[in-house]
Design a binder for this molecule. Sequence first.
Ligand SMILES: [Zn+2]
Length: 97
Amino acid sequence: MELIDKNALSMELTNEVLNAYAKADFRFAHALNVFQGLIDKAPIVEERKHRHWEGGGAYYCSNCNVYAATDVFGGGLDITEQHYCYNCGAKMDGETE
Ligand SMILES: [Zn+2]
């Protein structure tokens, strides 16, 4: 699946060239309205959150507060190698407050 930006696509439908065609041909204008309706009704995919690990020693996700993954003995894994929260999917490249 490739994600696209709905707002950017909508802006493309209102550019000068397409507007000129729409003014010259009512069927083209109607088609643009149909396309805009399809864009408006397209499903929204949840945007990935960008968060960070909080704490020290025992790190937890700043989005869902779940502790970072551990090894099978409950020992902490290297936090710099845990780029995503396994629980909520947040990408751990967000700024630390
Ligand atoms: Zn999380």
